[in-house]
Design a protein around this ligand. Structure first.
Ligand code: FES
Length: 117
């Protein structure tokens, strides 16, 4: 599978996140497309590793996203939790900006969780 169109650059402002559903090899994958404080683009599993809630509903601060339910923070670059209670990372995926198109490659994820679930 190759990179998929997730959204356009106009869809996500600085320090905002957008939930999108992409097609994984074993079904739909929920991904949060995020712009960090410096305008960089990230794609991270939308499902918090502590509970099944949407990370895109949380706050983006710099290169981190904070889960709205219990306050765990995840590094957008690595998916690693940097604040409890979450202890497991969430998958992150490579992002390519092609003009106005934001492309996400699910096959390039940086950790071993299958399809972000
Ligand atoms: S559900 Fe995200 S930190 Fe608890």
């Amino acid at each position: 599978m190759t990179a998929q169109l997730a959204c356009t650059t106009a869809d996500v402002g600085p320090e905002e996140a957008l939930r999108v559903e992409l097609e994984g090899t074993s079904g739909p994958v929920e991904v949060a497309v995020v712009r960090d404080g410096d305008g960089g683009w990230h794609a991270i599993s939308d499902i918090c590793s502590h509970g099944a809630v949407s990370l895109s509903d949380g706050e983006v601060e710099g290169c981190f996203i904070e889960c709205w339910l219990h306050g765990s923070q995840f590094d957008l670059r690595t998916g690693m939790p940097t604040a409890l209670p979450a202890m497991r990372p969430v998958p992150v995926y490579p992002v390519t900006i092609d003009g106005e198109r934001v492309l996400v490659d699910l096959d390039g994820r940086l950790d071993g969780s299958a399809d972000g679930s």
